[in-house]
Ligand binder design. Sequence first.
Ligand SMILES: [Zn+2]
Ligand SMILES: [Zn+2]
Length: 98
Amino acid sequence: MDNSEKVDCCKHGLMDYALVCQHLVNQSTDHHPIEYFDADDENEPGRSEVGNVWCKSCDDMLLSQGDWNEVAAAFAAPKIVCVACLKEIKARNINGKL
Ligand SMILES: [Zn+2]
Ligand SMILES: [Zn+2]
């Protein structure tokens, strides 16, 4: 684990980061909860190349593409968020379970 990779979050300060699909990151605060999928949840620790957490639309894209190929990755366009922000994102959505 490389702990030198941190993000300077405007809300939480210097934190570990996670990669989260753009749809979850760009949610407005009054959105409807959506399902998310967490690569670190039950599988081996470690990140997929596209990030730790993605939403249902990304998962549908992933299934239709069969892999995190360029198309699926471009659709997810994962953003770096701090782990505290990720917790908030998870708290306002539904764990879809892989
Ligand atoms: Zn997404
Ligand atoms: Zn944060």
